[in-house]
Design a protein around this ligand. Sequence first.
Ligand SMILES: O=P(O)(O)O[C@@H]1[C@@H](OP(=O)(O)O)[C@H](OP(=O)(O)O)[C@H](O)[C@H](OP(=O)(O)O)[C@H]1OP(=O)(O)O
Ligand SMILES: Nc1ncnc2c1ncn2[C@@H]1O[C@H](COP(=O)(O)OP(=O)(O)OP(=O)(O)O)[C@@H](O)[C@H]1O
Length: 327
Amino acid sequence: MTKPSLLELPPGVQLVYLAEGGANVVYRFVSAVKSPLPAKRSQKAFVSNTAANVSYKEIMQNFNAIVRPLFRDDELVDQTLIQLPEGLIHRCNEQLRLAETNGERPKKRHGGYLSLTEPFGLLVTDMTTFDEPGSTLAELKPKWLTQSPSAPATAHRCRTCALREMKNCDARSLGQKEQRSFCPLDLVSETFEQVLRVTDFIKGCSDRVRLAHILFRNPTLQKLLSHQKAYHTVGLHGPPAQSRENSLDMTLRDCTMYIKIPQDEKSPVEIRLGDLDLKTGAGGKAQYWRDLELQLIEGGWYDGFKSTQESCECALQHSSAHQHPEP
Ligand SMILES: O=P(O)(O)O[C@@H]1[C@@H](OP(=O)(O)O)[C@H](OP(=O)(O)O)[C@H](O)[C@H](OP(=O)(O)O)[C@H]1OP(=O)(O)O
Ligand SMILES: Nc1ncnc2c1ncn2[C@@H]1O[C@H](COP(=O)(O)OP(=O)(O)OP(=O)(O)O)[C@@H](O)[C@H]1O
């Protein structure tokens, strides 16, 4: 049997910097170069950052074997391995250096460049709306949709809100800006008003009520929730400190949901989950996850007594306030 041939990015392809995270820089194609993928499957290139210690080949194998079977194809940001033409990485790195001088690149990403030893990139489903005037893209992270299994039973904060408050306390003491965001428990709530509350914190859709209706009982979110419930080896029940094993359980708690919303309310909304690269406990990560959970428990962050914030977004705080209203 012949092996399927690898896609190759055409040498003359022009890439335009779109965004970046801790491990990937994301580009769009803009040249008239013929698309390397079949029509109608839009794409961009992903190229590896120096921080990446797992090859794209391995990322793809894990994605296909472990993550893909959990969702329908149309629920995922698709990924395809693509060979990069010679010289492309060098050109991209020059662009990145330039982007540091003209303010195009976020300060916290300065100094990170594409790996010169990674011969591949990933083509991914393009969720941008550049070619669809009138459409908007909302982006959110559906983090821990259920409480950590090792959180105290008396907790007034979910794992995500507890961690945010702990980080904000550090930020305050350093005179830095605090982060505010929604409570993930609200995102999968059976009460519409709670889902509406979430939309206050999501950029990309000015019509909050429409977005809330899209999210309310959304089947992909519900599926993610049931996978998080099934894969619950996290917190103090997580992988042992020295483990180098993969952690699908933590991967499912750190993905991004992209929601492409057409102007016309009758046209279908496209919702996909991305950033589902399999995490591993290697490199001290398993130890870090355990230590973090211990800090949240022992530091009282789950209890919420430490918070100096006047109001907390956490659904657990809201429900306990409801049960025990302030005198
Ligand atoms: O620790 P958390 O829950 O804040 O999640 C981290 C993310 O922070 P955020 O979602 O922005 O609050 C964090 O996102 P950012 O870099 O802040 O965009 C990473 O995704 C990190 O994963 P990794 O270490 O790159 O594998 C994430 O770490 P882990 O999920 O691996 O612990
Ligand atoms: N398929 C996509 N369509 C549109 N925009 C995207 C897509 N993938 C990524 N982006 C944009 O690029 C940004 C960074 O991408 P991504 O989160 O995958 O990087 P990362 O390095 O994995 O981030 P992290 O810091 O979470 O590890 C996203 O927040 C999003 O704005």
